[in-house]
Every structure is written in C-alpha cells, then in structure tokens.
Write a protein that binds this ligand. Sequence first.
Ligand SMILES: Cc1cc2nc3c(=O)[nH]c(=O)nc-3n(C[C@H](O)[C@H](O)[C@H](O)COP(=O)(O)OP(=O)(O)OC[C@H]3O[C@@H](n4cnc5c(N)ncnc54)[C@H](O)[C@@H]3O)c2cc1C
Length: 464
Amino acid sequence: MKEISCTLLVIGAGPGGYTCAIRAGQLGVDTVIVEAKKPGGTCLNIGCIPSKALIHAANEFRTIAEIATGGSRLGIAVGRPELDLSKAVAWKDGIVARLTSGVSGLLKRSKVKIVEGWARFRDGKTVEVETELGLQVIRFEQVVIATGSEPVDLPFLPFGGPIISSTGALELKEVPGSLVVVGAGYIGLELGTAFAKIGSAVTVVEAQAHILPHYDVELTRPVAKRLGELGIAVLTGARVKGPGPDGGLSIEAADGTTRRLAADRILVTVGRKPFTQGWGLDQIDLEMEGPFIRIDDRCRTSMRGVYAIGDVTGEPMLAHRAMAQGEMVAEIVAGHKRAWDRVSIPAVCFTDPEIVTAGLSPEDAKVAGHDVKVGLFPFQASGRAMTLERGDGFIRIVARADNHVLLGIQGVGAGVAELSASFSLALEMGARLEDVAETVHAHPTLSEGILEAALKALARPIHV
Ligand SMILES: Cc1cc2nc3c(=O)[nH]c(=O)nc-3n(C[C@H](O)[C@H](O)[C@H](O)COP(=O)(O)OP(=O)(O)OC[C@H]3O[C@@H](n4cnc5c(N)ncnc54)[C@H](O)[C@@H]3O)c2cc1C
C-alpha cells in the first residue's frame, strides 16, 4: 500500500484520541487517526455509555417492581413487571451504534483521515498499521498515543466462561440468578447494583475495609446502606482464593474462615491497567511512571514530538480527563500556548445513590496543610429530595478557613451526578463561600444543597 504522511497522527479513537483529532482537524492540522476496533473506545463501546444505559434500565425496572409489590406511597398501582434483558441490551447497542457512527461523522467533518487497523511504531516518526487491505505505513511529524486501558484480571480467576469483566457483564442477554462481584470500586458497584435491581442475588467481595476504598467513609455510607436495602451482601476485608469446586467462588472472609459463594457469574472488577502492550512502545523507549507513560503539563512524553493522553497516562482514568487532554494537545500542535492548569477533575460514581467529588475532601485538605471550614447539608432537609422520595445523602463543601476560597465540593444523593458541573465551575472560578452563598439557586432543586452547605460553612444556615 502507498505510504501516507501527515502532520499529526493519533493512535486510538477513544474519547481522548477522537477529541484530539477533531480539534486538530478544526484547527487545520493535517490529521490521521488509527483505530483497531470502533470509534469511541472504551467509553462509548464498553464503558461509560453502555453501563449507564444498563443502570437506567435497571432503575426503571426496580421502580416499577417496587410499586408492583406495594412499595408506592404515591397511590400508583401497576402489575408485576417483566424484563427481557436481550431487548434492553439491543436498546443499549442502538445508543452505542448511534454515538460511535456520530464520532466517525465528526472526524470526517473535521477532515480527519480515519485508518482502521492495528498501529505499531517502527520508530519515532513512522507507524505501520495492519489494515484489512494490507500494511499501511504512516509517516508523521507529531504523534499522540491514546491507547487507553484494559481490565485487570486475577491470575487465579482468568476471564472466560462464567468469569467475566465489565465488558462481558454489559453483553449478558439473561439475568444471572447469582452474581458475585469481586472488587467494590465504582465499576463493580455500578454494575452489581444494576443486576441486583433486575433480579440477581448479588454478593460483593472487597479486600479493603470498606466499599469504594478511594472515597471517604462519610460519602460512601449512604451507598453502603442502600446496598443493604437492595439485598446486596457486601463482604469487606475478604480475600478471593479462587474458583470453588462447584463453579462458585472460594474466599477467605474477614474473620479468617474460608467460605464458598455460589455464583452463576463472577464479575471481576479489580481495576484497569494502561494499554501499553503490542504497539511498539519498546521501539520508542519512552520514560514511564509506574505502568503509565510519563507526561508533563503539556502531555509531552520524554520523546520530542510524541504526546500521550488519557488512561495510558495515569489516574484518574476518566473519559472527561482524556477529552480535556486531547483538546489541549490538539491546540498545542496547532501552535497555541496551552498547559494543564485545571483545578479539578470531577469524578462521579453512578451508584445508588450517586457520588460526586470535585477537589479536596476535608481530610485531603488537612493533609495538604489547610485549616478548613466544612459545611454539610443533608438532603433530609431538602424539599426537592422529599418530592423525589429520596432524602438520603448530602452536599459537603470544603473551604480554606482564612480566605474562604473553595477547596472541594462533594455530594452523595439520587441524581447528584448532574450537579457535578456546578461543583467544578465553582472550583475552577476560584469561588469563595460568599460567592456561592450570594448566588441565587433555583427552588426547589437539589442544587440548593450547595447554597445551604456554603451557608452552613459560614455559620449562617437557613434550612437546617
Ligand atoms: C464499565 C466502565 C464504566 C466506565 N464509566 C465511566 C464513567 O461513568 N465516566 C468516566 O469518565 N469514565 C468511565 N469509564 C472510564 C472511561 O471509559 C475511560 O477513562 C476512557 O474511555 C479513557 O479514554 P481513552 O481515550 O484514554 O482510551 P479508551 O477509551 O480506552 O480508547 C482507546 C482506544 O485505542 C484503541 N487502540 C489501542 N491500541 C491501539 C493500536 N495499537 N492501534 C489502533 N488502535 C488502538 C482501542 O481499540 C480503543 O478504542 C468507564 C470504564 C468502564 C470499563
């Protein structure tokens, strides 16, 4: 095949890579993107979007099922619902197809050339791609590595048969009777909760002392309570030993006893690792930071003209971080002066209730040497939360004690994911408690909780 050359080559069309390529194309940079699978990467195909589709279907089913069994205080009566999971999965696949073809369209509209196939570095200026039509050699001036991440497996529980990753869980056509989730991070809990809501008997096994180990216990407490209400058994401080003799799982419980857990499916969600194999990292010999590619504040690697973005560069492994990096790198390649100066990368757990974190928790702020003021507003006191039948959770605001500049905002509650932009905007704008307190928040909304938390931190709360 004829060689092609370009100014910018992007490897991987996940949220990091496709955002970078679209922006570069918009800026008139001659750009090629290579993708081995489908545009959209983990996020659109097997991550953020399909998981939230499943969670939505499960929430709808659970709500109707609760009403059917007499759980409604609203005077609504319905018959017992039934779920055809294969139809829900087909609906989810339709959303994925629409979004991934949308990404292809956006790339084309930005005049980005898309090459389908597996890319491999020959050297710091050349990549070869195994395409269906043969080997395509691409020469470039600058390159962005956006190869993403993959699930970590456990050597004694390799993926296959009943042992599935999040990808396998999102493809199930039938609801497993029993499901053991290994790892109580956000992916395991999001999916475990969804399956419990559609009828699986779910057990979560976590080696650490509490669920969502990266979050403080105050934030995770409402989620732990709800898991109990949903009938999900949570075994913390427990270690998986291996598959049980009967197809289930053998674990060492926190008290040291060995237990066998029945499981039609075992979902292993113990983390994700950067995707650094099989594309010729050894040909370009980049400096690493642990398992990740080391980058600076412009996403430059240790080799001139080679950038890296997204999950392959480290935590937090989140789609919006990848996209923000991608946009920045495109502008740098186009000659703009840009550097990473974001105050906050918010994170959302789409558990039940949802958790949002932005900036520092009270504990993190203290560790960073700050004297802090903390305000917390419980949704029990929120009229809007009551009308939604969900008074669990709270909003918490953390500010410097001396000048009241916000350091962090966190929330846990049904629907708080949509408040994440307010949290980030306040932090990014360098807001003080007084700025939030003097902003009129619409009534009745959950967002009033941000106002009330700020007022509480200023020791002048109104509604609590
Ligand atoms: C179940 C699940 C739920 C998630 N939920 C959320 C969420 O709610 N919010 C959130 O922010 N994040 C979420 N994530 C994480 C999110 O999906 C990732 O952070 C994000 O996709 C990373 O983007 P990326 O561009 O770095 O890489 P990826 O999305 O992993 O894309 C990398 C792409 O590169 C391609 N590629 C790799 N190597 C080559 C090669 N040599 N040649 C050609 N192509 C190659 C891959 O095929 C892939 O398409 C979730 C992940 C999972 C698994």
